[in-house]
Write a protein that binds this ligand. Structure first.
Ligand SMILES: Cc1cc2nc3c(=O)[nH]c(=O)nc-3n(C[C@H](O)[C@H](O)[C@H](O)COP(=O)(O)O)c2cc1C
Length: 177
């Protein structure tokens, strides 16, 4: 059984990115995989900012990453990059923190002008952390995404895009196991 961890990095309590992360987690759980969702904003702020990896909640989060075979990195686009909150957490991981793992990069954003955030920012970080395979990423436009009772509703073209990358991620995990 594969272990997947969604790591979402929005500071917003009504985060669209987080809702999409939940959606991806639900979809993957249908395959009877063990799927968790780490919302970085719920980690204790002071230990996170002070890189206190001995803090129990931070240590537990790092442990969750190390136990996962697959990682979904979900971030809002902020100032043409991925969120600082996500980066703060990723900086706490060991050098090969994504070693032997398959990674699915996912971003939400207000403008397609910043679509490349996935390729120039998020994907290189996954590789720097030693990811075995970084599958095709997905950028979801805000305008295509409506929250209904905390669940994301996507316009058909975005929903199809998301389904396709989830399937690629799933296949990649299956072939790695
Ligand atoms: C501080 C801030 C900066 C943002 N910068 C960008 C940006 O540079 N490019 C973009 O496409 N969207 C930008 N956005 C829009 C967000 O990426 C978009 O609303 C995203 O879906 C928010 O996700 P969340 O609800 O999970 O926080 C920005 C939003 C905020 C609050």
């Amino acid at each position: 059984m594969s272990h997947v961890l969604v790591i979402s990095g929005s500071p917003s309590a009504t985060s669209k990115t987080e809702a999409v992360g939940d959606h991806v987690a639900r979809r993957l759980a249908e395959y009877e995989w063990h799927v968790g969702h780490l919302r970085v904003r719920t980690l204790p702020a002071a230990p996170l900012m002070n890189a206190d990896v001995a803090d129990p909640a931070i240590a537990e989060a790092i442990q969750q990453v190390s136990q996962a075979d697959g990682i979904v990195l979900a971030t809002p686009t902020y100032k043409a990059s991925f969120s600082g909150l996500l980066k703060t957490f990723l900086d706490l991981l060991p050098r090969h923190g994504f070693g032997q793992k398959t990674v699915l990069p996912l971003a939400t954003g207000g403008s397609l002008a910043h679509l490349l955030v996935l390729d120039y920012a998020l994907r290189p970080v996954a590789h720097a952390l030693g990811a075995r395979h970084v599958v095709q990423s997905v950028f979801l436009l805000n305008q295509h995404l409506v929250l209904h009772e905390d669940r994301p509703r996507l316009l058909p073209q975005s929903a199809q895009l998301l389904d396709d990358v989830i399937e690629q991620f799933r296949k990649s995990l299956v072939s790695a196991s």
